[in-house]
Design a protein around this ligand. Structure first.
Ligand code: XIL
Length: 388
């Protein structure tokens, strides 16, 4: 059961397909579940907030083809000037439900791997933009904004030739060339960039990776300056995990971006990755506080890679899916209230394609199931975006 109350008018307006004239109190309704829409009928199950004993009202009505378009996350987000996005893998465009749902539900796209250094520049001086071009072209066709990801990240997916054998000058040149080439290629077509990803250490200072070890902490500012020079109109973000609420790492990210701003570095926002478990996730109130302090610096904030793992819960699957719905709802509802919060991006949208399965173990972390059917989590997100 989603905790939020959805204004009846908003609920019906955004139902789109088969807007059910639900009798019952005017106080508002909980969306308990919604069966997938098919061509002719739809069943929406709602329960009255004020009279829990009232039997769940299950109403069915035949809907016309023109009404068969589901309300979408994108409709709800557009209505409040929010970006709702997903990680995108063009290799899945062949599977019809993938591009159909992508264009219907999202107005914001982030390449999952298409712009990783190891994908686009596997050999020195050799560039392969096929997947990145396909993503940007799809976004252009469907009036979606794009956030490029990631320009500088030395944790995974570096090409073999970018390694510690390079001198500091060689690595500095390689970083500059990557940024200028990639940002320059999509100048005016990519709205924002994750310029530096996961530079802050989980426990102390900056992470001692290839770039820090070879170039010192200044590599962060250098990366932002090169990106800004390559496209002065693009929004430039610092992106990280484990810094969504309040705590040591969140404070270190805050201090990093505050220092960058103080040094006149062209940084415009922070991405909070939000890879969380339904068993243990940041307190939404602390997330709000963190967003507020970042926004007070003049920065924009986005959730950049949200997924909610449920494998650590011990209940039945239906109960775990209900908890997942609540977590998605409560985190996003807290964020969308905040000035400066501009976007929520999920790290994929179907459980058929989630990095979680191979990195954390089999799970169902996203909004649509393996058969591209909306899960309770989808309705939790829709309700959160609809908000008050
Ligand atoms: C992940 C991709 O989803 C996987 O397919 C890939 O094997 C590893 O990287 N933080 C990030 C993302 O910024 O780029 C990562 O994406 C997930 C963690």
């Amino acid at each position: 059961m989603v905790s939020s109350k959805v204004d009846r008018r908003a609920f019906l307006k955004y139902l789109g397909a088969g807007a059910i004239a639900v009798a019952g109190t005017a106080a508002g309704y909980y969306v308990a579940s919604k069966q997938p829409v098919c061509a002719s009928t739809e069943t929406v199950v709602v329960t009255s907030q004020l009279a829990p004993s009232v039997a769940i009202q299950t109403l069915t009505r035949t809907i016309t083809e023109t009404e068969s378009r589901l309300a979408s996350l994108r409709d709800a987000a557009d209505a409040r000037g929010l970006l709702v996005g997903t990680a995108v893998e063009p290799n899945y465009f062949y599977d019809p439900p993938y591009p159909t749902i992508l264009a219907r539900e999202f107005n914001f796209a982030t390449p999952e791997n298409a712009m990783q250094w190891g994908t686009s520049n596997l050999s020195e001086g050799q560039w392969d933009f096929a997947r990145a071009d396909a993503l940007v072209e799809f976004a252009d066709r469907h009036d979606m904004k794009v956030k490029g990801h990631p320009l500088v990240w030395d944790k995974f997916q570096l090409p073999g030739w970018v390694n510690s054998d390079l001198s500091a000058d060689e690595l500095r040149h390689a970083m500059q060339e990557r940024i200028q080439t990639l940002v320059g290629r999509y100048k005016g077509r990519v709205y924002a960039w994750d310029v530096v990803n996961e530079a802050v250490d989980d426990h102390n200072g900056l992470r001692k990776g290839l770039f820090f070890n070879k170039l010192g902490e200044g590599y962060v500012a250098e990366a932002f300056r090169h990106a800004h020079e390559a496209d002065p109109d693009a929004l430039l973000f610092y992106n990280d995990y484990g810094a969504e609420g309040l705590g040591g790492k969140s404070d270190r990210v805050y201090q990093l971006v505050k220092k960058l701003l103080g040094n006149g570095v062209p940084i415009h926002g922070v991405g909070l990755q939000m890879h969380v478990s339904a068993k243990d996730y940041p307190d939404p109130r602390e997330i709000s506080t963190n967003i507020r302090r970042l926004a007070a610096l003049g920065l924009k904030v986005n959730i950049s890679e949200m997924d909610v793992r449920i494998r650590d819960l011990t209940d039945s699957l239906p109960k775990r899916l209900e908890v997942q719905q609540q977590v998605y709802h409560d985190i996003i509802a807290a964020c969308v209230q905040e000035e400066g919060f501009i976007a929520v991006t999920f790290w994929g949208f179907t459980d058929a394609h989630s990095w979680i399965d191979s990195w954390f173990g089999a799970d169902d972390p996203l909004l649509f199931d393996e058969n591209y059917k909306p899960k309770p989590a989808y309705w939790g997100v829709l309700e959160a975006i609809l908000g008050e």
